[in-house]
Write a protein that binds this ligand. Structure first.
Ligand SMILES: Cc1cc2nc3c(=O)[nH]c(=O)nc-3n(C[C@H](O)[C@H](O)[C@H](O)COP(=O)(O)O)c2cc1C
Ligand SMILES: [Mn+2]
Length: 444
């Protein structure tokens, strides 16, 4: 179901009793995060904080405290069909369109009028260096090709007009800008519709604009409006937009921050954004999102788009791949489960090699398609009963892996392990236990 903006999605959740209003006054320092933690732990409702200490703005949070909300956002009945919807949508993008009317710049603050402290940016975990924006959709363009990119990257508030940014991919764009002695213009859209947030998590090839996927999920082009101080276009329906430039040649300590692995990532030097404008709607809603010990907004939002990414890539080479699962317990990053209708012996080992080669998971488990990949108990049953550690495992050392793995010997370095937990095709295997007439037992 398409949502024109964040408010429409919040109202939709409200009508379904999937959102509750928190009327009492709450602090953006730890308290809002604690509420989101609590609703995430019980897969509860999204939260709308009506009264936030120190800010005029309301705060929405826990939008993706449960997978239910993500499925509602995608109009999908279950996990598998949600992934398939994203897979199909990736194949038929609808490019964005430029409009002149914009809700996101009803109010404009620029120059000395810029003050990030007016935003109720949330401080999450106990050792975090300060408040971090976690659900800001960063829009940038490659300085050489002009191709747009969107992504969610954490932003540490460092002053009235200063943000630290931690972004893997931005390194390419920023490097190209710096090579020309320039900064990288950036616009951060806060409080956008779920279709944009979901599309931002697709691992699109470099140079492909994820807004095309957003458009397909919406069923119409995403409307973009000109930013006011940088040469970029921003989603016109955003609640708030922060504009600025990633400064060339500047690195400043950023972090620590409690990350999606469930551990703190220590402080280190990272790029800095100088903010040139903050625009917003009248009475904007600030969107907070939790990152930390699984399961949080971060994991739920990432999971289905990353599964769509791997599903497409693996199926291209191995048509027997039925589906893939990146469980939240693996950070929706480090552990991949693949469902396979096996055509020949050893095929799982090739799949494992390709999946590890894609730079992401460090554990890959391949199971037959009679095993429910979303039920980890059944996946581990298959591992325990259909694989032998000596014959059915594959081990690689020192390859590149997903970021922020606390056990990594050095950043982005990992080992890779695969388990072929499929039944052998070339020799008999004991028959599985079943009870006849199970389907005839009436409900009780
Ligand atoms: C809530 C949330 C926070 C995220 N924070 C970061 C971050 O701080 N840095 C980062 O590189 N990726 C972060 N990600 C993951 C990226 O947004 C994701 O990998 C995205 O696909 C990157 O797009 P890109 O490949 O176009 O850069 C976050 C994801 C979510 C859901
Ligand atoms: Mn991208």
């Amino acid at each position: 179901m398409p949502f024109a903006d964040l408010r429409e999605f919040l109202n939709f959740l409200d009508e379904r009793k999937e959102l509750i209003h928190i009327e009492r006054k709450v602090s953006p320092v730890h308290e809002i995060a604690a509420y989101i933690r609590k609703t995430s732990d019980r897969q509860g409702p999204a939260l709308l904080f009506d009264n936030v200490a120190g800010s005029e703005m309301r705060v929405a949070g826990g939008l993706f405290a449960t997978k239910r909300h993500l499925l509602l956002a995608l109009g999908a009945s279950d996990h598998r069909s949600a992934v398939e919807k994203v897979v199909e949508s990736i194949g038929s993008p609808i490019e964005p369109a430029l409009v002149s009317r914009t809700a996101s710049s009803e109010i404009v603050h620029r120059g000395s009028d810029v003050d990030l402290s007016r935003l109720p940016v949330v401080t999450h975990s106990s050792r975090d260096a300060g408040p971090f924006i976690t659900m800001g959709l960063a829009v940038t363009k490659d300085p050489e090709t002009g191709k747009r990119n969107i992504g969610l990257y954490r932003l540490q508030v460092k002053g009235r007009n200063r943000l630290g940014i931690m972004a893997q991919q931005l390194q390419i764009q920023l490097g190209r800008a710096e090579a020309r002695g320039k900064g990288l213009p950036v616009a951060i859209a806060l409080g956008v519709s779920p279709e944009l947030l979901i599309a931002s998590q697709w691992k699109a090839p470099y140079g492909v604009d994820e807004l095309g996927l957003s458009g397909r999920l919406l069923g119409r082009p995403v409307e973009l409006a000109k930013a006011v101080t940088v040469d970029l276009e921003v989603p016109a329906h955003a609640e708030i937009v922060i504009e600025g430039t990633v400064l060339p040649g500047e690195r400043e300590i950023e972090g620590p921050f409690g990350e999606f692995s469930g551990y703190y990532q220590p402080a280190s030097p990272k790029p800095v954004i100088e903010v040139t404008a903050i625009t917003h709607r009248k009475n904007p809603i600030y969107l907070a999102g939790l990152t930390g010990m699984p399961t949080t907004d971060n994991h739920i939002l990432k999971q289905i788009p990353i599964e769509a990414t791997y599903s497409r890539a693996l199926r291209e080479r191995f048509p027997g791949v039925q589906g893939v699962h990146f469980p939240a317990c693996g950070g929706a990053a480090y552990l991949l489960v693949v469902s396979l209708k096996k055509t020949r012996e050893r095929e799982p080992r090739n799949i494992i090699a390709v999946a590890l080669g894609m730079v992401g998971p460090k554990y890959v488990v391949v199971v037959d398609d009679d095993v429910d990949i979303y039920d980890l108990e059944k996946v581990l049953w298959a591992v325990c009963t259909r694989s032998q550690p000596g014959q059915d495992t594959l081990l690689l050392t020192e390859i590149n892996g997903a970021p922020l793995d606390p056990s990594a010997p050095e950043p982005l370095c990992t080992g890779g392990m695969g388990i072929d937990a499929t039944l052998p095709k070339n020799r008999p295997f004991p028959e599985m236990v079943t009870i006849p007439g199970l389907e005839n037992v009436p409900d009780f």
